[in-house]
Design a protein around this ligand. Structure first.
Ligand code: G3P
Ligand code: CA
Length: 240
């Protein structure tokens, strides 16, 4: 079972910051996960929420702020004073770090409230600029976006994210089409997901921070887990 550091090493560093990604890059993990939004001036930035309220000392929607404006805020202090001065990263900065490694990068296209026109194309262009087509997985809860990735570049791995049950997940996956399924922890143990695993679908599960849960998922045969605690999960896998 492979380990993805969720939002970087977010258990010990402020999520989706270079500090969290640099810490993750030092670990023998299979992959790292991050979230992207578009700024007012169409730059791809790495942040989970559609606003900067929770993870910075500023406020407002990412889509209403330019990259220059976003860079003025501190994205580290909310997590711990020792991280003060952390800036919001661009996707390009994170790709620059990981292109020198063998670590897979799972880029989650966010579309919680707003749909960012052309985000799929923009992300693919940046991935291509770093020659990382084989080193990324592009996922989204927006399955139209997952479909568009398959259409624009069928060679790039795409993944459908879902938190709730889908009755016939294997047919659904083919219909999109998606190369992998990224499912929430409680959904992973449902019948249709277990059937998908038996039929060799790649199933990855978020967010797994407890050893007891990792143990169950390992027995089920999931491909990977997303965790805020990559060192803890690496140690668990080492002892197996
Ligand atoms: O990509 C897996 C997981 O990160 C999806 O949920 O809310 O943590 O982005 P969330
Ligand atoms: Ca995510």
């Amino acid at each position: 079972m492979k380990i993805f550091a969720h939002r970087g090493y977010s258990g010990k560093y402020p999520e989706n910051t270079m500090a969290a990604f640099q810490a993750a890059a030092k670990l023998p993990i299979f992959g790292v996960e991050l979230d992207v939004h578009l700024t007012k001036d169409n730059q791809i930035v790495v942040i989970h929420d559609e606003t900067i309220n929770r993870t910075s000392n500023g406020s407002g929607f990412v889509k209403d702020l330019t990259l220059e404006e976003l860079r003025r805020y501190d994205f580290g202090s909310w997590f711990g004073e020792e991280f003060s001065g952390e800036k919001i990263p661009t996707l390009s900065e994170v790709l620059e770090l990981f292109c020198k490694t063998k670590i897979m990068v799972n880029i989650e296209l966010k579309s919680d409230i707003f749909v960012y026109a052309g985000l799929e194309e923009k992300v693919l262009r940046e991935v291509e600029a770093y020659g990382m087509e084989d080193q990324v997985i592009i996922s989204s809860f927006d399955h139209e976006a997952v479909r568009r990735i398959a259409h624009i570049d069928p060679n790039v791995e795409n993944a459908a994210l879902f938190a709730n049950m889908i009755l016939n997940v294997v047919n659904y996956q083919k219909e999109i089409p998606a190369k992998a399924l990224h499912v929430a922890l409680p959904t992973a143990v449902r019948k249709s997901v277990l059937e998908a695993i038996q039929q060799n679908s790649i199933v990855r599960v978020y967010t797994v921070n407890e050893i007891e849960h990792a143990e169950i998922l390992l027995n089920i045969g999931v491909d990977a887990i997303f965790t805020d605690e990559p060192e803890k999960m690496l140690n668990f896998m080492k002892q197996r």
